[in-house]
Design a protein around this ligand. Sequence first.
Ligand code: NAD
Ligand code: 89V
Length: 346
Amino acid sequence: MAPNGPTLRGTLVGCGFFAANQMHAWTGIDGVEMVALCDRDEARARDMAARFGVTQVFTDAARMLAEVQPDFVDIATTAPSHRALVELAAEAGTPVICQKPFAPTLADARAMVQACERAGVPLMVHENFRWQSAIRAAASELHSGAIGKPFFGRVTFRSGFDVYAAQPYLAEGARFIIEDLGIHALDVARFLFGDVAMVTARTARINPRIAGEDVATMLLDHDSGVTSIVDCSYATRAAEELFPQALLEIDGADGTIRLDRNYQLTVTNAAGTRSSDVSPQLLPWAERPWHNIQESVARIQEHWVDCLRTGREPETCGRDNVKTLALVEAAYLSAERQTSVIPSEL
Ligand code: NAD
Ligand code: 89V
């Protein structure tokens, strides 16, 4: 028996590059035991199982869910497989977490939400950037009223890091940075400033060796009255490589919040200027520079366990994440048509 109830028996589908982070995070949560792993590539599933001491290995997710009857399934595959796997979990009545990007299309995402709602199955999208401790610290300053009513925001991620080495598929798709990385920054903008009425975007491909866009600049009109800029680049060769830090600028009627390089948070208001170091914890299994992402993986998975135990809806439940995915679609459409796009009309 775990501290807050019976041990949750978890399973995972997709034993690729990122899943090891998810497995480490599950191992660190009291009251969770990962009892089976699945990958259609059996060798990958066996390697991951040996590394984390998991005894049951499958190459077919349907068989795993039927035989193991777990308390949840964590889907760590890439987007094209998500709909089929989430629908499988819904049919099996298994609570499900699905990696971002939730789906390749909004229609798929909506169908996945419906399937889980119809089956009464909890669904969370593993949209972890908003769980980074530095972003949480900035949000808590904002929500405490430290700078009054916000009117401007910027979420920025600019890097020249070779992401293609560990994730070669990122170089191959017709879409790249908005769908893979911008999606996190757009979700952070929604988390900080609320839902978005209009999106205007421009994209560019600077690296000639990739198929999709590696630069995107997006202007968001939030329902709250905030105007924000979300800008991302994997073509930025700067004096200091900041991968994978997201930086923030927030201006309010009574002051400013800045999340600067190397996790320095500065709040300026009538009381003066306060600076603090909001660096992520370096978890025992984490490696720099990935540690902020790795910490956010642990935090979102803890949130999932808490939601499962209390019956609360996860912050990034499927319905919530469809709104972030709509911003991705709106940004691509805006860049293609060179017009502004209303995401709620998509
Ligand atoms: P990957 O290609 O390295 O691994 C995916 C694995 O899934 C592969 O081993 C593949 O064989 C397996 N797989 C695919 N379809 C399957 C199916 N139907 N049944 C069983 N196994 C199947 O991919 P990755 O780089 O680990 O990325 C996985 C997902 O995680 C992507 O959606 C990516 O965007 C996301 N990701 C998220 C973060 C984050 O911070 N949230 C970071 C990196 C990657
Ligand atoms: O979040 C992601 O999917 C990753 C990375 C942070 C490297 O962009 O691709």
